[in-house]
Design a protein around this ligand. Structure first.
Ligand SMILES: *Cc1c(COP(=O)(O)O)cnc(C)c1O
Length: 354
């Protein structure tokens, strides 16, 4: 059967009716890839699966929530949506608003948004409002202005976002035939970890899975309010997608941690970037820096034994590597070989490097 997006696919589990006009770009149904080389290097007997959310239509998991948030905004008669964003929410909002024929307003932190995400928001025709401040400032402003202007907020404080995003857990259970022992996610506003927990518990209650995973939320050390146990005012990290000091889903995420028996932890920017590079070089999978936080955390906790031997682990890669070409290129030490257009010089380049 033709796949036409997650709302159509999971209609019975989402707040839509037969009359709802669905705004979709074919999101969801992303690959679950079993890592082949990295587990061997860790020297432990674990199965690690990557849920490659970077393959959603705009290159991040935000599309899962956005399809439903925009569908419901349009259903309620809204002519405009608004969000604060570290980048991917604005890219997704811009695309789905274009599809729906409504306006998108996006507040982004000046100078702190990856190039690919900015390109997306611009080309889809969003009204881009750059603020001299960070994501948390933008979020505060969006909440305030939504009380004074006719716009629907599509950040993860919008409950439809989490409803859409819970479908990732359904897909994993359906594909594996069981829920993993651990599910690792990068955490910013913590909407995604909360949504996954909703999805896992929903299927578990209905007997579609015998277990639920421990939910492991990994943050960047310079912006790790969940690890600190308190909000942070000046979050910093190279992983701009999770550069958030005042997470919007504080209680829901703690609920997921406690009920699942999971934990939060933090990784340095160096650990995050090295996991990103390892994935590209050893497995052929390219994700943006924030996404690699899940694998970086999993690898550390596999090595130190917090994640038990013989476990099945899913790591969500939240966004595509092409989102942030600058950070990718700046990490590479490959030498470019410059030659004249003659065969002998190409041959030398091969023989000197094989
Ligand atoms: C939004 C985002 C996150 C954080 O997700 P939350 O639901 O805010 O915790 C992580 N990685 C990427 C690439 C994102 O775009």
């Amino acid at each position: 059967m033709r796949y036409t997006g997650l709302i159509e696919h999971y209609k019975d589990r989402l707040p839509v009716s037969d009359d709802t006009k669905i705004i979709s770009l074919g999101e969801g149904n992303t690959p679950l890839i079993r890592l082949q080389n990295i587990p061997k290097e860790l020297g432990k007997n674990v199965d690690i699966y990557i849920k490659y959310e970077g393959l959603n239509p705009t290159g991040s998991f935000k599309d899962r929530g956005m399809t439903l948030a925009v569908t419901k905004a349009v259903e309620s008669g809204s002519k405009a949506i608004i969000c604060a964003s570290t980048g991917n929410t604005s890219a997704s909002a811009a695309a789905y608003a274009a599809r729906a024929g409504i306006k998108a307003f996006v507040l982004i932190p000046e100078g702190k948004i990856a190039l690919g995400k900015l390109a997306q928001a611009m080309i889809h025709g969003a009204v881009i409002i750059q603020i001299k401040g960070n994501f948390d400032d933008g979020m505060r402003l969006v909440k305030e202005v939504a009380e004074h202007a006719p716009v629907s907020i599509v950040n993860s404080i919008n409950p439809f976002r989490l409803q859409g995003q819970k479908t990732a857990a359904f897909e994993i259970i359906e594909e594996l035939g069981y829920a993993p022992d651990y599910h690792c996610l990068p955490v910013g506003n913590a909407g995604n970890i909360s949504a996954h927990w909703m999805g896992y518990t929903e299927y578990h209650k209905e007997g579609k899975a015998n277990n639920t995973p421990k939910m492991l939320g990994y943050q960047a050390l310079g912006s790790a309010p969940f690890v600190k146990g308190a909000m942070i005012n000046n979050p910093e990290t190279i992983a701009t997608a999770i550069r958030i000091g005042h997470p919007q889903n504080w209680d829901l995420a703690h609920k997921a941690e406690k009920e699942s028996g999971g934990w939060f932890d933090a990784l340095t920017d160096e650990e995050i970037l090295s996991a990103q590079k390892l994935l590209t070089e050893k497995e052929g999978i390219f994700c943006e820096p924030a996404s690699a936080t899940s694998l970086a955390g999993a690898m550390r906790d596999i090595k130190n034994g917090k994640i038990a031997n013989d476990s099945k682990i899913v790591c969500t890669l939240t966004g595509h590597g092409l989102k942030d070409p600058d950070t990718a290129i700046s990490q590479c030490t490959n030498q470019m070989i410059n030659i004249n257009p003659v065969m002998i010089e190409v041959k030398d380049a091969i023989l000197n490097n094989i």
